[in-house]
Design a protein around this ligand. Structure first.
Ligand code: M6R
Length: 621
């Protein structure tokens, strides 16, 4: 949800570095981009709506003079994506520039007051009030840092913001509350940024800003003020991610690179076993209920967690969407362990729920981003070792969350045989990845025709539209995914991936639930993905397959090598090592579905890394 970068350099021109850094945050928002630098008493500004590459080819964003500056990529909340609404925003005199991530909830009342004092607004954003407020405070004689402190006292909501002014050359002042902001401390370059991939190329020394703290960057380095305005020293941590991890390294998209990194992500996360064991040892005996809380893909990992903890450890387990937490989490007590799953550790809904749970219960965060807010608020943290994930659609972080949950559940339930099975998962994933061309070829059938041939026009949109027309799937606009038990959670995640990046309407159902309603929708225009690993539910899911097939649906079967029944009854099958049973299936069966989504997105000429309307990190409720 918006990315911000601020940078002060000793002598060099800052715009190329700012541009490079903000490009690494494009996953946080791609409605618009803007950079502001300053030199010789003047702010230089370039900004516009559009993706970074488009705007850069129009404006040449790297061509700005000055040693200090700020940059922003936007995910619009207030006001449409347009040049005027793009950040940085300036005061009327064009002496102050600011960038902001988050939402200023009381901006309307601030705006009314500022307008009554003669301030004029040019944008529809909530952010612009910050530029005018700083202007107002500086005109009373305060410096930039003091003015930012006054702004904090006035604005409500979630924010990370960075400000600069021509009257204080080579200085950037930044602060945060409920939106992430890290501080990069290099030799001769000093940064603030929404996330570490923006700065890893320049420095791995990172300090994490807490709510209400202010950081001042200048040519000499960085200094911090706490929430009471007292100078403080902050610990500088060394981030062990390499800058290459945040590069495409020859792949056409981050998403396919990240899908291909999943075997390594599983191996690396398995190496957290001792850490997980020490947490389990500490809490075991003190808990008689587990509650998972998460959003989106992390919620689907949590669903698997419920099945696992109940079956392996025999502890009652519930799952709640973080955004629904406050409506139904009344039964928390000190014997409940609340597990928060979050790739970013910055999801606003999840953090809100974490704060509430902390009042009564023990809390554990399973998180990929080091130092993120969830890790600093939960009692315990398990880091997934997926490395940075840039593609907006979660893939390798999902698999890594699952691995952390499998470790936790098996250690809690003392199930050594599952721990042994987990060691084999990287090889099973490799096997799937080796066969990705099969899925690529199949996904190509979903390619939309640029020009619809005349003979197809009268029948498109009618039931049976594509039946008999060489079994292409190009007219598919709806798809179902079905599974049972563990495979139901795979179906949910498979459907989410497909809808996120291909814009095909995809729904997941528990196989047994179809006949209670959704089957009314089935006809030959809705292919059904059937997830059918070996295990006790295999027969039942095959019956569900028969039910949809009888209503004309094409079947995409995902099952085990040797499952001839599935091959016979499906229109397309993808087969997986038959040692992967229903319990392990979430870790392996999701991979062909991620690949299918990716290749369908590519076949439809979409950008899987930057799906419309989405952002990687959702820092607003
Ligand atoms: O960072 P988090 O895991 O807390 O994010 C939760 C969801 O926003 C995220 O999983 C979202 O659903 C992704 N777009 C999934 O691909």
């Amino acid at each position: 949800m918006c990315g911000i970068v601020g940078c002060v350099l000793k002598n060099e021109k800052v715009a190329p570095i700012l541009f490079d850094s903000i490009t690494k945050l494009e996953y946080r928002g791609y409605d618009s981009i803007g950079l502001a630098t300053a030199c010789e008493g003047k702010i230089n500004l370039k900004k516009d709506a559009g993706k970074i590459a488009e705007v850069d080819s129009k404006l040449n964003l790297r061509d700005l003079e000055g040693n200090y500056g700020i940059a922003h990529v936007r995910w619009a909340t207030h006001g449409d994506p347009s040049k005027t609404n793009s950040h940085p925003h300036l005061n009327k005199d064009e002496t102050i520039a600011i960038v902001h991530n988050g939402i200023i909830e009381n901006y309307l009342s601030i705006k009314d007051k500022l307008e009554s004092e003669g301030y004029e607004f040019v944008s529809d954003t909530d952010t612009e009030v910050i530029a005018h407020l700083i202007d107002k405070y500086m005109k009373t004689g305060l410096d930039l840092t003091q003015s930012v402190r006054q702004v904090i006292n006035v604005i409500e909501g979630a924010y990370a913001l960075a400000a600069m002014t021509v009257s204080e050359p080579n200085r950037i002042v930044a602060t945060r509350k409920d939106s992430p902001l890290i501080v990069g401390v290099g030799e001769e370059e000093f940064f603030v940024a929404s996330d570490s991939p923006a700065i890893l190329k320049y420095t791995k020394n990172i300090a994490y800003l807490e709510k209400g703290e202010i950081v001042v960057l200048d040519e000499e380095g960085v200094s911090f003020l706490d929430a009471d305005d007292e100078p403080i020293e902050k610990e500088i941590e060394v981030n062990d991610w390499s800058p290459d991890m945040a590069e495409k390294e020859g792949y056409p998209h981050f998403m396919i690179k990240e899908i291909n990194e999943q075997s390594a992500a599983v191996k690396n996360t398995l190496s957290e076993r001792d850490k997980v064991k020490s947490i389990v040892d500490e809490i075991k005996g003190d808990i008689d209920k587990v509650l998972f809380v998460a959003c989106g893909t992390s919620y689907h990992a949590s669903m698997t967690g419920k099945y696992l903890i109940e079956s392996l450890a025999g502890i009652q387990t519930e799952v709640l969407l973080a955004s629904e937490f406050k409506y139904s989490a009344s039964s928390l007590d000190e014997r409940t362990l609340v597990i928060f799953i979050s790739q970013s550790g910055e999801t606003a809904d999840t953090l809100k729920a974490l704060d509430v749970a902390n009042e009564t219960s023990r809390t554990l965060a399973i998180v990929n981003v080091r130092g993120s807010s969830a890790t600093r608020r939960a009692d315990y943290t398990i880091y997934t070792q997926a490395g940075p994930e840039i593609g907006v659609a979660a893939t390798k972080t999902y698999i890594s969350q699952l691995v952390a949950i499998y470790l936790f559940a098996s250690l809690l339930g003392e199930k050594d045989e599952i721990l042994k099975d987990l060691e084999k998962v990287p090889a099973y994933i490799e096997d799937v990845l080796k066969k990705q061309d099969e899925i690529k070829r199949f996904a190509y059938k979903f390619k939309k025709l640029d020009k619809v041939p005349k003979y197809l026009k009268p029948i498109l949109g009618k039931p049976n539209a594509y039946k008999g027309l060489d079994k292409n799937f190009r007219h598919v606009e709806d798809m179902f995914f079905i599974g049972r038990g563990y495979s139901y959670s795979i179906a949910l995640e498979g459907a989410l991936k497909l809808k996120e990046i291909s814009y095909i309407h995809a729904e997941a159902y528990a196989g047994g639930e179809l006949k209670h309603g959704p089957i009314a929708l089935i006809d030959s225009n809705i292919p059904v993905v059937v997830i059918a690993p070996p295990g006790e539910d295999h027969k039942k899911i095959m019956s569900n397959l028969e039910e949809v097939k009888a209503r004309g649906a094409d079947i995409i079967g995902i099952g085990a090598i040797g499952d001839e029944d599935l091959v016979l009854k499906s229109d397309y099958t993808f087969l997986i090592n038959s040692e992967v049973n229903d319990v392990l299936a979430p870790l392996v069966y999701i991979v062909p579905l991620q690949l299918l989504s990716y290749y369908v997105s590519v076949a439809r000429n979409l950008d899987p890394d930057k799906p419309r309307n989405l952002a990687k990190c959702v820092t607003v409720e």
